[in-house]
Ligand binder design. Structure first.
Ligand SMILES: *[C@@H]1O[C@H](CO)[C@@H](O)[C@H](O)[C@H]1NC(C)=O
Ligand SMILES: *[C@@H]1O[C@H](CO)[C@@H](O)[C@H](O)[C@H]1NC(C)=O
Ligand SMILES: *[C@@H]1O[C@H](CO)[C@@H](O)[C@H](O)[C@H]1NC(C)=O
Length: 508
């Protein structure tokens, strides 16, 4: 299988023009006396060992579910975003809001871009302060009618997938939001080797309770041997996964602790297409970075995950073979160890699964996220580049992965990349080739080269900063038939311009 097929992004602008504006029921007035309870972080766990500070940062699951559906107050949502601790605003900022209503009768092709004639952002920005006490009134929220994809069935489970990783206690605490985003309620087994398990036993049992409360089917265990490096544990976790799994498990995924899935449904579907029954399959993605490929060769790069069919996993994960594989490989890289073990002890060779990403890319990933891509996973989002992936991918809970990063055009110059950005182009949409990916990122290693196309598809040059205005997603809430997203454009301290904030409300 090659990666090229995925990148057949037909970006022809479909004029699904529904300029129908619905005026929604209530006027949009502020009354700060009736602010709802805001979700707060609380120290829910007893002080133990030296874990208190870490564990205090876990979200309170109960109150974060209590977000109300009907926000009558102009800034309620913005305030909750601020309270979440993930978003900060300038003292004064500009604020506007836009509502979407699900349009009936549209057959959505994910590769097309639905084009609405009306602009997304009208000029009615309000100058506001987060803590202001006076009322703020605006126009009623005029809803644009756009096609919105269906969500996944709420009760769908993924018992066919089992996951393993190796990390430290503090990283496992930090990873709570991102792991529970994709693992919660999935039924998928998750086994984690915690490198410093013995130093944190009580903290770990409290953390595990927290994961269980979030319906993550998790087991935390100490390393098989205290002498094992994290990379060796990254491979050895497979043994416990096999012991704990039943015959329902079809795939064993070995992940990095920052491997993030927008949702498990597309991963499960993509793996399901492969003929894995009683077969040895080794599935993953190559690095996008050519020097990394030259250095490490053809293997499932760790951050994209290595997905091993049950038949093969039970062979190489059996304790005797696993120990032999440890002896045969250097202890430095988990993904290399997995590759060597598979290549030495089976005839399986790497199957590259399109849309899995190692993300050996740095800094500005806008071009990737605005390309209309449907990534099965993201990686390096909290290190080589920084993106609030949990807030971004929450869209997948409202309208599936079809809808996450789906592009919508508005007016003649605006593209919404759902869950990532709103970009407005000074020279209009006619000036850019939306079928190509804008090359915005930095090189992980080595010189500039022209080999990106193999993993990323056709590319185009970066749009100069002064020809584009972008609002980035910072915060999302999904409650029932409603999704709220906050897109923010930071002002510049130099010119004294304030932040600009756009609230998008999706309704079906
Ligand atoms: C999920 O729920 C729907 C409707 O309640 C039902 O039709 C479907 O069979 C359920 N699916 C599973 C996997 O339980
Ligand atoms: C957790 O995973 C195991 C192994 O796949 C499975 O047998 C069990 O049913 C799962 N538990 C839940 C609550 O889904
Ligand atoms: C899986 O295991 C269960 C219980 O051990 C058994 O009843 C079932 O027939 C097995 N299913 C398959 C497909 O082998």
């Amino acid at each position: 299988m090659t990666t090229s097929s995925v990148f057949r992004r037909r970006a022809a602008l479909v004029v699904a023009a529904s300029a129908v504006s619905l005026i929604l029921g209530h006027l949009w007035l502020t009354n700060y006396d009736s602010l709802p309870d805001l979700p707060r972080l609380k120290s829910l766990l007893h002080p133990v060992e030296d874990n208190t500070a870490l564990l205090q940062n876990l979200p309170d699951l109960e109150s974060s579910l209590s977000v109300t559906e009907g926000d009558d107050n102009t800034l309620d949502f913005v305030r909750r975003a601020s309270e979440s601790g993930h978003v900060t605003f300038s003292a004064e900022f500009k604020y506007t809001k836009r509502c979407f209503q699900e349009a009936d009768g549209f057959d959505i092709d994910r590769h097309d871009i639905a084009n609405t004639v009306e602009p997304l952002i009208t000029e009615h920005f309000l100058q506001v302060k987060l803590d202001q006490t006076g009322p703020v009134t605006t126009e009623p929220c005029a809803a644009l009618s756009i096609p919105i994809a269906k969500p996944y069935p709420e009760n769908a489970t993924y018992h066919n997938l089992a996951f393993g990783m190796a990390t430290t206690f503090s990283r496992l605490v930090e990873a709570f939001d991102s792991i529970s985003h994709w693992a919660s309620g999935s039924g998928s087994l998750l086994v984690v080797i915690v490198e410093d398990y013995t130093e944190h036993q009580r903290g770990i049992s409290e953390l595990l309770a927290h994961y269980h409360k979030a319906q993550v089917n998790a087991t935390f265990i100490p390393p098989v041997s205290s002498r094992h490096s994290t990379s060796q544990s990254h491979f050895m976790v497979l043994n416990t996964m096999i012991v704990m799994s039943g015959n329902e498990t079809e795939w064993f995924g070995l992940l990095d602790d920052d491997t993030f899935f927008p949702h498990l449904a597309p991963l499960s579907a993509a793996l399901g297409i492969l003929d894995h029954d009683d077969k040895d399959l080794y599935v993953g993605a190559l690095s996008e970075d050519w020097p990394s490929l030259e250095k490490f060769g053809l293997m499932a790069f760790g951050g994209a995950g290595a997905y091993i069919s049950a038949h093969l996993a039970r062979k190489i994960g059996a304790m005797q073979t696993a120990r032999q594989c440890l002896r045969e490989s250097p202890p430095d890289f988990g993904d290399v160890l997995i590759r060597d073990c598979i290549y030495r002890h089976s005839n399986a060779r790497l199957t590259v699964l399109p849309n899995l990403f190692q993300h050996d890319l740095t800094r500005d990933m806008r071009g990737f996220f605005e390309s209309g891509i449907e990534p099965l996973n993201l990686h390096h989002w909290n290190s080589w580049y920084k993106e609030p992936v949990v807030a971004m991918a929450r869209a997948a809970k409202f309208c599936g992965c079809v809808c996450f990063l789906q592009r919508f055009a508005f007016g003649s110059d605006t593209i919404l990349s759902n869950g990532y950005s709103i970009s407005i182009y000074a020279n209009g949409l006619g000036s850019i080739d939306l079928a190509k990916m804008e090359r915005t990122w930095g090189n992980a290693a080595g010189e500039e080269d022209l080999k990106w196309a193999y993993t990323m598809g056709p590319m185009r040059d970066r749009v100069p900063d002064d020809e584009r205005k972008t609002y980035y997603l910072q915060y999302t809430e999904v409650v029932g038939q409603l999704m709220r997203q906050l897109y923010v454009r930071k002002g510049s301290g130099d010119t004294g311009s304030s932040d600009e904030v756009v609230e998008l409300v999706w309704m079906r």
